[in-house]
Design a binder for this molecule. Structure first.
Ligand SMILES: Nc1ncnc2c1ncn2[C@@H]1O[C@H](COP(=O)(O)OP(=O)(O)OP(=O)(O)O)[C@@H](O)[C@H]1O
Ligand SMILES: [Mg+2]
Length: 383
């Protein structure tokens, strides 16, 4: 066997390492001119200029790995691409643009491999050539997938942090309202009562009663606002109890009959993030019933089955054509269902809607939970 003659895969790998800097800057030039991108606007490409040579050097290893070895392209380039994704965080990105960018790279690599083929000393074997072209094509594709996936993951994590911060702020406001405003209004009520001396005129007495009623109404509304902002039951008693309270109050307020059924769960607690998400989604579902359904009855089922916590919310109202309504142009201005979907998806759950005109509406909301989670595992925002 002649040791001096490298296989085409080895030859191509050497060239890829040697040419990696030029390929990288060619690629950025191509992007700037062909895609009409202003190099200053595409700041991320500056980061890529630093990282891409490393990724391409790793891709060179990938060209020579025998098919039987379990080393995957993902393992070779994932880490570096994640770094790039981290750098791109918060810079705003367009998935289609990222995919197009890596498409350009695939074409450049194809062109380079054709040149290497011309330079190769000797006769390359077909299998080696096939592997080089096949794997070179896979590298940009994987880079695109990994970058998009990692950026979406980061965005998801940020949105989750945002949701937690929002709940903390709601909790703070709720307590402030309850403690500060609640006390002030109570003081006002007591003060008004103290005004009654028995010697006031009939007119003055009627005026005091009127003001007392007004103060009592403010007290009730402040209390309700504090409850709506962050129901204490959600922190103290858990999801099932909080939904039970919500449903009871909602039913009274709107004059719609409602019942709740629990299946497979008692008072156990789940991650605060999951409980809050399911509560908020149920709340929006109930708001939609009031706004759109003209329903006479609502049934809610909370079910725990192994690693899944689900809520089924069913109304016997007007129903709607789900695909048509959610795809309609007016829907871009609606936030409800879209917001529910995003909240659920962020925690790895799902939302399905079954409905038809005249046939009522049923929401199936599912979230993954740890099979044995209980109160000790909670991450309580009130702490
Ligand atoms: N329970 C329901 N019964 C009948 N129609 C419903 C029900 N829930 C939702 N819909 C329909 O689905 C549409 C989308 O709901 P979504 O909550 O996204 O928007 P919205 O309630 O109209 O507005 P927003 O929630 O942004 O204030 C509604 O406009 C309504 O036509
Ligand atoms: Mg809505």
């Amino acid at each position: 066997m002649n040791q001096a003659a490298p296989t085409f895969a080895q030859f191509a790998a050497d060239r890829l390492v040697r040419d990696r800097r030029r390929l990288t800057s060619d690629w950025v030039d191509t992007l700037s001119s062909q895609l009409g991108l202003d190099p200053r606007r595409v700041l991320p490409h500056g980061d890529l200029l630093d990282h891409l040579p490393v990724v391409l050097a790793k891709a060179a290893d990938f060209l020579c790995v025998p098919d039987t070895e379990k080393l995957t392209a993902e393992q070779i380039i994932t880490e570096e691409m994640r770094d790039i994704a981290r750098l791109r965080r918060g810079q705003g990105f367009d998935v289609q643009e990222i995919i197009r960018e890596f498409d350009e790279l695939a074409q450049l690599l194809d062109g380079a491999a054709l040149r290497w083929l011309d330079d190769y000393p000797g006769v390359p074997d077909a299998k080696s050539v096939g592997r080089v072209f096949g794997r070179l094509n896979r590298v940009p594709l994987l880079m695109g997938q990994i970058t998009v996936g990692a950026i979406e993951e980061e965005r998801n994590a940020l949105l989750r942090q945002l949701a937690v911060a929002e709940e903390e702020e709601r909790l703070r406001l709720s307590r402030e309202l309850h403690d500060q405003m609640g006390q002030l209004v109570t003081a006002l009520l007591v003060g008004l009562r103290g005004l009654r001396s028995g010697t006031e005129s009939e007119e003055q007495s009627a005026r005091i009663v009127e003001l007392e009623n007004l103060a009592a109404r403010i007290a009730r509304e402040v209390q309700q606002l504090a409850l709506d902002l962050r129901p204490p039951a959600l922190d103290n008693l858990g999801l099932a109890a909080a939904i039970e309270n919500l449903l009871h109050e909602w039913s009274e307020r709107n004059g719609i009959d409602a019942d709740l059924q629990r299946i497979g769960l008692g008072d156990e607690r789940f991650a605060s993030e999951v409980e809050t998400m399911l509560y908020r989604v149920t709340q929006e579902g109930l708001t939609n019933v009031v706004k759109h359904a003209r329903a006479g009855h609502v049934g809610v089922v909370i079910e725990r089955r192994a690693g899944t916590l689900s809520i089924i919310l069913e109304d016997d109202g007007a129903g709607f054509d789900v695909d048509a309504v959610l795809a309609s142009s007016q829907n871009s201005r609606r936030l409800g269902v879209r917001g529910m979907r995003e909240r659920v998806a962020r925690l790895g759950g799902s939302l399905e809607i079954e409905s038809s005109p005249g046939g009522g509406t049923c929401l199936f909301i599912r979230a993954p939970v740890a099979p044995g989670s209980d109160s000790t595992e909670r991450d309580d925002p009130s702490r």
